[in-house]
Structures are given as structure tokens and as C-alpha cells.
Design a protein around this ligand. Sequence first.
Ligand SMILES: Cc1cc2nc3c(=O)[nH]c(=O)nc-3n(C[C@H](O)[C@H](O)[C@H](O)COP(=O)(O)OP(=O)(O)OC[C@H]3O[C@@H](n4cnc5c(N)ncnc54)[C@H](O)[C@@H]3O)c2cc1C
Length: 359
Amino acid sequence: MVKTDTIIIGQGLCGTWLSWWLDQLGHDFIVIDNDRPQSSSRIASGVINPVTGRAIAETWMADQLLQFCLENYTAFGDSLGIHCIETVDILHSFPTAQMRDAFDKRLPQLPAYLTKPEDNGNWENYFHLPFGLGIIYPALLIDLNLILSRWQKKLRDHHKLHIETFDRSVLDLSGGKVVYKDFMANRIIFCDGYASMQNPLFNRLPFAANKGEALLLKIADLPATHIYKRGLSLVPFPHAGERSDTQYFWAGSTYDNEFTDEGPTEAFRKKTEQQISNWLKLPFTVVDHWAAIRPATIERRPFAGMHPVHEQVGILNGTGTKGCSLAPWFGKQLAEHLVNGAEIHAEASLERFSRILSV
Ligand SMILES: Cc1cc2nc3c(=O)[nH]c(=O)nc-3n(C[C@H](O)[C@H](O)[C@H](O)COP(=O)(O)OP(=O)(O)OC[C@H]3O[C@@H](n4cnc5c(N)ncnc54)[C@H](O)[C@@H]3O)c2cc1C
């Protein structure tokens, strides 16, 4: 038997950040991940946007999360010898006069994040802008594939990663222990994204799985130094870690909670191509097309903590559309909770579901 303190299932954003924080705290762990190429973390655009939705509202904990993420993605990247985060602006093209007016109304209320340029500048060369532009700043842009793949390599090199599909049927939790195949641990933490919805220990949590699709586009002459938004987003997509001269843009997404299959759809591709043609003045080609299921929740708050009955079993999940910022923050809280009993934020703590999970 191989002994370890913690087994982590999944190496998406949640498993990556939880394992990083445990590593920082000198805590022993192993990660089991099946290396699914189209997981939510693998196809996400990597944006942390301080404002959200049609109401242009400040996102939950935006202030704290922006600063925290900038510092900690930088530190994580430094430890891996990579540069994986940039501060960028989001150029918001208003699709209607109403949207422009709504933005104008929010300007004095959110001066830390919203501004308006004097005019459309040379952006008219790139986009149709009948209702002008607003600017959201600062936003953060993370090179997710770079950080996930480099952390995967580091875990592998240190014999802490097992690439396989975790099989719940051979997990033995009897007598308060955790035995899985050749491993014996003090605890097991599920960071397996929407797969947790099928886990009998957690399937009573209010998950609200949500499918998102995205296209990878090649656009030769569009500056790759901004995120562009008009309903959908065009996000510079790094090529081999190089963002500045990239010609690739991520285009998406959808928020579909009535999906019948997990794959990319022709309908999304056609609709998105049409939307982009109506907005962008430059030619573009579609290079790839992805789909994945976001582990979203009904109350839009994550799940972090230990099961009330099986105290050796925990979860870090439910980051929905905000995994880039919530996974590092709550990964840290959960790691500190495991190592020295620190409190987890009440709105994210699994304790709020103690009754439902104890039935
Ligand atoms: C199209 C799209 C765009 C997005 N854009 C953004 C964005 O710009 N900003 C943002 O903050 N968020 C974004 N998100 C949301 C973000 O991707 C999620 O919040 C986050 O990635 C969830 O991470 P996770 O680790 O919980 O789950 P996942 O990414 O699903 O990771 C789970 C991991 O567990 C593994 N796994 C599952 N079951 C098993 C098993 N039985 N055995 C072994 N391994 C297993 C999977 O292979 C995977 O590696 C986007 C999501 C989508 C779909």
C-alpha cells in the first residue's frame, strides 16, 4: 500500500489549485485525473471579468479576487517558469442603443471598472460599431492550457499524478478510512467537475450543469492585446505560450442548461460565425470547435468542504462560469481547512448543506 494524506480526484482548475496550495503547505497528496481534453477548464477562455451580465453588475468579491488572482497566478507561474496571466481591458461594443444607455447609467456607479473612450478611434477599422464602445478595466486573462499542462508535468515528474479514470466502485470508505486500489489516505477530495453530479455522496447538492461551446478562430490582423465583446467574446488565444503575436482568438460562448449531449453542435458554429460576420470587418477562419459542461450551481456559489457524514470525503466544485477566480481562492481556503482547520467562507462552505447531505 502507498500511503498519502489526501487523494484528489480531477486536475481541472479546482484540483490544480487545491494541489498547489497543499504543496505550498507541505502536505502530502496524489492526484488522479483522466486527462479529458475537452473538460471545462481545458476549453475555457481564461477571463476574469470584474463585471457581469446585462445588468453590468460587479461580480461576487470582484475586488478581492482580482488582486488575489493576479498575485497568485503570477506566483504559480513563477514556480513553473512560465508567464500565465495578463491584465487586459475588455472593449465592449454595444449591440443596441439600450445597452449603451445601460452602460452609461452604470458608469458613475462603477468608476473602478467602467470607462468610455472619447470616440471609436481606429476600432471602426475592425468592427461595425453603430452604438459605440465601453471599456471594462482591469480584467485578467489567464493562459489556462499552459498552467494546467505544466502543473500536470510537474506532478507527473514527482510521481504525484496518476492518469486514469477513477472508479468509485472500488473506493473503500469503511471505518473512516480511504482505500483506493494500492492507495491508503486520510481523506479524498472530489474536484471532478460535473462528474460529481453522479456521485451518490454529492448528487443531492444543487448543481445546475451548464454546457458551453467555443470556436477557435484565426484572424490575421486583429490586435491580440484586448478582449472584444458584443454578446459573445473574442479572446486572444495563446499559441505555445506566446500571446502578443498570436493570430488566434477564442470565440464564445453559450449557457445551455437543457443540453441533450456534450459535444459541439453545428447550430452553435453557424450562429457564431454569423454573429461574428455581422460585427467583425476582418476575414476569419474557424480552426477548432469545442464543448464542455460547466459545473454550475443553482445559487451561483461554489461547494468547498467535507461531507457531514463521511468526514474523510470532501469536495471543491461548483465554480460555474467563474472557475478562474473561485478555484484559487477556495482552493486555498479548503487547503488551509484541511491542514489547520481554517474556516471556509459561509457562502461556499459545504456546511450549508449538512442537513441535505445527512439524510
Ligand atoms: C466554454 C466555457 C468557457 C468558460 N470560460 C471561463 C472563463 O473565461 N473564466 C472563468 O472563470 N471560467 C470559465 N469557464 C468555467 C470554468 O471552466 C469552470 O468553472 C472550471 O473550469 C471548473 O473547473 P473544475 O476543476 O471544477 O472542473 P473541470 O474543468 O471539469 O475538471 C474536472 C477534471 O476532473 C477529471 N475527471 C472527471 N471525472 C473523472 C474520473 N472519474 N476520473 C479521473 N478524472 C476525472 C476531468 O478529466 C477534469 O480534468 C468556462 C467554461 C466553459 C465550458
